[in-house]
Structures are given as C-alpha cells and as structure tokens.
Design a protein around this ligand. Structure first.
Ligand code: CMC
Length: 433
C-alpha cells in the first residue's frame, strides 16, 4: 500500500463494547478500501466474503472498471478509444509497461514479441497425445502448462529481464498454440507463424491457411480480430486473473500459472460464456421461443441462465459489448452473411432489456453476447471461441502477474474460512463403524 490511510472506519463489538479503528485507503478513482489486515490479530475475527463480492485482493494500477457507469480503462485509456485507435500489441505494451509506446518503442516491442512466436519443435509431439475430438481449451491447459518444462531460462521470476522474456514468450506463443490446437482437431498440418504479419493477421493465417493454397488476408476481418483481442485483453481481478495471481503468489512458474488461468477461464460463467451464448441461441432457434427462454431464466427452480447477460461488476451496459455489436455488423456486412442468429440475438437483447426481472437486477448484455456471432461468421468453430479469449487475455494475466511479483508487499495468497464441519472427535476403528 503506497499511500497513507485517509481516515479510519470504526468497528464496534456489540457484546464487549470494544471499538477497533480500521484504516481506510483511497485509490486514484473508485471506491476506497477498509484495510482488514490486522482484524484477526486485533479482534480474533475473519471477514466473510465468498465470491469476493466486496473484497479487494491487491493494489493494481493496470485496469479500472466503473460498473455503474459502464466504464473500462486500461492505464487510464478508455476501452472504446483503444479499440478504435490502437492495435493489439500497442495495448499489450500499455498493459505491460504502463504507458503507450512511442513509434520506436512500438517497433522494438513488435519485434521482441514476434521473435518468440515459434514453439519448440518438440512441443508439437504433445498435440499427438490428445484425442482429435479433445476440446481445444483442454489442449490449451496441457500445452501451455507444458511450456514450463521447456523454457528453463525463464525460471528466475525475481530477475526483471527473465520476467519480461517470459511475458514476451507467453503473448507471442499463445496464438501459435491455439491455432495448432485447431489444426490438430481437423487433421490439417500445423502452420508456422509469419512474422511479417500483424498479431491478428498472423493468427488468422495460422488458423485458416493451408499449404496448397494462397491465403488472402481480408483487412476487415483482421481488423475485427485485432479489436476482439483488444476488447478481451484485461479485465481487472476477474476469476482467471485472480487464479493467475493466486497461483503465482507462491512463486510458481509463470507458464504453469497461465495454464491455471486458462482452466479458470474455461467455465461458462466466465470466458466459456461466448461458446455457451452461441449454443443457447442455436437452441432457442426462433424468435417465437425467446419468451419461453426468458421465462426459464427468471425461474428460480431452473438452473438455466441467459448466457451473455449479467456481470459481477457491470450494472450498466458492458462497454465492450457496444464495440462488439458494431464490429459484428461490420463483419457480417463484409462477408455478406445474413445470420438469423444475429436477428435472434438482437430481439433477445431487446426483450430481456424490457423485462422486469432483468431490469431490476441490472442485467445487461456482456462482451460475450455478440462475440460468438462474429467469430462464427469468420469461420471459427464454436469450441475455439473461449480459446480466442484466452489468447487475448494472456497479456492481461501476464501484466497482473508481473505487477504482483514486483509489489514489495506481496505475500502468498491464503484466504481463511468459516468452518462448519464437525469439532474434534475420536477416530473409530473400521470394524466398529
Ligand atoms: N440469467 C438469469 N439470471 C441472472 C443472470 C443471467 N445471465 N445473471 C445473473 N442473474 C440473476 C441471479 O440469478 C441473481 O438473481 P437473485 O438476486 O434473484 O438471486 C442476480 O441476477 C444476481 O446474480 P449473481 O449470480 O449474484 O451475480 P454474480 O455477480 O455472482 O454473477 C455472472 C455474474 C456473470 C456469473 C452472471 O451474471 C452469469 O452467470 N451470467 C451468465 C454467464 C455469462 O454471460 N458470463 C460472462 C461474463 S462476461 C465475460 C467475462 O468477464 O468472463
């Protein structure tokens, strides 16, 4: 904690009448925090906050979200501005270094990242160990985790140079790993990266080109891909980022920590929602059935949730969803695709936003609501949607991991609990139970 406490927050024990003053710290913007680090020592109590709905776990200067206003800033720059005017590697530089690069810094950064796009050739053997129908997120967890066995020279996480090299490697290799997972699943040869292409172009090339044909890059699609990467690059202390931080807080290998982040992202409540949205829209199938699904989402006895709706932090429109919706229209117009799922999605959005259940709970479309429709139109199979999220989010994970390691006050993450199991009891031999 760099600044001094701005005031104190007084907690009174109603039984003993004792009062405890807890320091309050202010961030640069956003809510202040009550510092409870001494709470257990002073009072013998823990705080209780499953799901961390009111708990700040770290100081961070990377990303700011105002969920009520629908604002997302990276290092102070608005997401829609970045999506409109920057490219993905510029945003990556910003997240990792804190400032936008000069032209010379950008050229060096692009070179440093693209220098690491190839994978150790032996890693391609890992793919052959997976079933062809394995989910690509399962392959991502395995192969990214395996990187930790290949890059021994990046093991000293307390050396800033090695930390930066590990960061470049992760950002650079992720598209290669993702595209290889796809190529493996369809039985096509792996494509090597082409370093004269941009980050997004290179990814499209590795995904969709085949040795027997010339791949023609469509600038509208590569721009859309780049924008999708920017929109997913970082998002504060979400589940996967917190997972990376928690795994890394023990001093673990960064490649293994990112593999943990990928595992967390996979779930349908998090990054897996983009896949779930498309499956849901397909299942709804027709505008006439929307009301039925909204009813299911409202029903407390039905576990169904409207995927692509709601967010822990945004209680207003997700600013990423706005850009995503525009990009969706651009891509479909460019490809001349008339996807009935887009009409269905727009109608679903309209009806849900008029529905009292969604209005009263401030449930708005999130970033994943439109991304699946764009990705499908671009030719990505549904199972790859969350993989693309992982490719983009890697820079956010790495930036947050670096920030944590560089924080002099960093400690191993170790939450406490409210124990509800049995008290101490004697062991009963098996023949007496
Ligand atoms: N459909 C129906 N009801 C919902 C939905 C939904 N999508 N989302 C929240 N609710 C209800 C929920 O049942 C609860 O109602 P009540 O107060 O009556 O119990 C209320 O809204 C608050 O929800 P919550 O579960 O307490 O909110 P949360 O902050 O724990 O969950 C969420 C956030 C994103 C997990 C949740 O909104 C959700 O499951 N959405 C669908 C999955 C999704 O689209 N996830 C992508 C998130 S954006 C991409 C990313 O960052 O990963």
């Amino acid at each position: 904690m760099s600044n001094a406490a701005s005031k104190t927050f007084t907690l009174t024990d109603n039984q003993s009448g004792e009062s405890f003053d807890l320091p309050v710290f202010d961030g640069s913007v956003g809510p202040s925090v009550i510092d409870v680090r001494r709470l257990y020592g002073d009072t013998g109590h823990f705080t209780y906050d499953p799901g961390f709905t009111s708990t700040g776990s770290c100081d961070s200067a990377i990303t700011f979200i105002d969920g009520d206003e629908g604002i997302l800033l990276h290092r102070g720059y608005a997401i829609d501005d970045l999506a409109e005017r920057a490219d993905f590697l510029e945003v990556a530089y910003l997240l990792l270094n804190g400032e936008l690069p000069t032209a010379a810094q950008k050229a060096t950064f692009d070179h440093d990242v693209t220098y690491h796009t190839m994978l150790h050739e032996q890693l391609s053997n890992f793919y052959r160990g997976f079933r062809r129908d394995a989910h690509p997120m399962a392959i991502m967890c395995g192969v990214v985790g395996a990187l930790s066995a290949f890059y021994h020279d990046s093991l000293d996480i307390y050396d800033p140079h090695q930390r930066m090299v590990a960061s470049f490697r992760l950002v650079a290799k992720m598209p290669t790993i993702a595209a290889m997972a796809y190529k493996y699943s369809i039985g096509q040869p792996f494509n090597y990266p082409q370093n004269d292409l941009s980050y997004a172009e290179n990814f499209l090339h590795m995904m969709f080109s085949v040795p027997s044909e010339t791949y023609v890059m469509n600038p509208v699609l590569s721009k859309a891909m780049d924008r999708i990467f920017i929109l997913h690059a970082d998002h504060e202390q979400n589940a996967s980022t917190s997972t990376v931080r928690l795994a890394g807080s023990s001093g673990a290998n960064p490649f293994a920590c990112i593999a943990a982040g990928i595992a967390s992202l996979w779930g349908p409540a998090h990054g897996g929602a983009n896949e779930a949205v498309l499956n849901m829209l397909t299942e709804i199938g027709h505008k006439d059935r929307i009301a039925e699904y909204i009813k299911k989402a409202r029903d407390k006895d039905d576990p169904f949730r409207l995927f692509g709706f709601g967010h822990r932090v945004y209680k207003n429109y997700d600013p990423r969803a706005k850009v995503m919706q525009e990009t969706c229209h651009e891509v479909l117009a460019e490809l001349g695709v008339e996807d009935p799922l887009l009409d269905l999605a727009m109608e679903l959005e309209k009806l849900a936003l008029e529905d009292e259940y969604f209005v009263s709970r401030k449930l708005y479309p999130n970033v994943d609501f439109y991304s699946g429709i764009i990705l499908k139109a671009m030719g990505f199979p549904v199972s790859m949607f969350t993989v693309l999220f992982a490719v983009a989010r890697t820079v956010g994970w790495v930036a947050q991991w670096k920030e944590m390691i560089e924080d002099p006050g960093q400690k191993i993450g170790r939450p406490r609990q409210l124990y509800t199991g049995p008290d101490a009891r004697p062991y009963i031999p098996i023949d007496q139970r």
